[in-house]
Design a protein around this ligand. Structure first.
Ligand SMILES: [Zn+2]
Length: 404
């Protein structure tokens, strides 16, 4: 019994589908009818829930079906952006992850946070207009970035492929851009997370909701891993978990990595490394997405290099998989195609114990290029409507209403 259940707790029960009528909420929480009614009034007042007609099948005795209560996923929107090294994708999402407007285009991360976040502010303004949604309807902003994020400070820390972003106050700058270009509230919550973590979060919830240990490897310009354990992103103690691109391979001591070390996995098997190898072989290729283009037309050198890169990543993954024992290993990003997967499987199954890989599914992405956006949107919604945070927001909204 949760007889101290707050409005936020009731919202949690409604959103998870555990209780969708007043009667069920009373039964699960042990609260009286009037207390449930009072708590629900707070949620109705905020516009967060709505009533729908119940299904007649649920009233077998012929009485009136109970009115169902559901989360109103259209009462607010989330602005999201997925930043890559050379381009970005941004969107307006409803609270169920529905896409209301989307834009993707060139945005160079090495121009630094001030320039990039200001441009994003312009993109968001255009997207809100396209979606026909006022800035006041935005409940939060979610950012996916290609570097390690310290979840305590909300800063990017020593990102190898994001020059100029180390410990920059991203949230504050994003809020300012939102206020300046969208005329929105300068106190808007801004959340950010590493791209591989968000992709893993979205893909696990979308396609493998019952998988309690889910691992995603993103191989684009860099190489990163995201892990979802028990339905939650696993970040380690300060967000550095999963940065497997900088594990050293002893046999490649000549290969200089962007991080300054020699012999990193990313220096020989990432999209950037393959682009450089192709360019040196007389096939000019600019980046991970350029390698993807070559792979899509079956360019023989690209196919051979991708398979070899897959073998190198598979060798490292044998250790990773042995440690984590995941049910699903998803390969995503620019290189995630048959040649690379073939290489991964070759070394992974050769090097890992059969016991570790017996139930392992090695798969490719289901959400594709939108996985990062979907993860960013879900992160914002799950954070803002979690019981404690929901209660805090309800209280502060009520306070500002009485002060006006
Ligand atoms: Zn490195």
């Amino acid at each position: 019994m949760m007889n101290q259940a707050s409005a936020g707790h009731l919202l949690g029960l409604i959103r998870s589908g555990q209780a969708t009528t007043r009667g069920e909420l009373q039964r699960i929480t042990g609260l009286s009818r009037s207390t449930v009614g009072h708590r629900l009034d707070q949620l109705f007042g905020a516009g967060w829930i709505r009533e729908t007609a119940g299904d007649p099948v649920e009233a077998p005795t012929g009485g009136r079906p109970a009115v169902r209560i559901e989360f109103d996923a259209s009462h607010a929107v989330v602005l999201c952006a997925d930043l890559e090294t050379r381009h970005a994708r941004a969107a307006v999402l409803d609270l169920a992850g529905g896409l209301l407007a989307e834009h993707s285009g060139s945005l160079l991360i090495n121009q630094g946070p001030d320039e990039v976040l200001d441009r994003l502010g312009h993109w968001f303004a255009a997207l809100l207009e396209k979606a026909g949604v006022p800035a006041s309807a935005v409940c939060g902003i979610g950012l996916s970035v290609p570097g390690p994020v310290d979840s305590r400070s909300g800063q990017v820390v020593q990102p190898p492929i994001m020059p100029g972003w180390d410990r920059y106050p991203i949230r504050e700058r994003m809020r300012r851009a939102f206020a300046e270009h969208c005329h929105g509230d300068a106190r808007i919550p801004v959340l950010m997370e590493n791209d591989a973590n968000l992709m893993a979060y979205a893909e696990q919830r979308h396609g493998y909701p019952d998988c309690s240990a889910f691992l995603l490897i993103k191989v684009s310009t860099g190489i990163g891993a995201g892990m979802v354990a028990g339905g939650e992103m696993y970040r380690g103690i300060d967000g550095a978990a999963g940065d497997i691109g900088h594990i050293r391979l002893s046999e490649y001591t000549h290969a200089l990595c962007r991080c300054g070390s020699y012999g990193c996995l990313a220096a020989v098997a990432s999209g950037r490394a393959l682009a450089e190898q192709l360019t040196a072989a007389g096939i000019p290729t600019a980046s991970g997405s350029g390698v993807r283009d070559q792979l899509s037309i079956g360019q023989p050198d690209a196919v051979r290099l991708a398979r070899e890169a897959g073998r190198l990543v598979g060798g490292v993954l044998a250790t990773v998989v042995t440690l984590l024992n995941p049910g699903v290993l998803m390969i995503a990003g620019d290189l995630a195609g048959p040649p690379f997967l073939t290489g991964v499987r070759e070394l992974l199954y050769q090097r890992a114990m059969p016991r570790t890989t017996a139930y392992l599914q090695v798969v490719t992405s289901q959400l594709g290029d939108r996985a990062g956006l979907a993860g960013a949107g879900t992160m914002v919604v799950e954070s803002l409507y979690a019981p404690t945070e929901a209660d805090r927001r309800l209280t502060s909204a009520a306070l500002s209403a009485t002060q006006q």
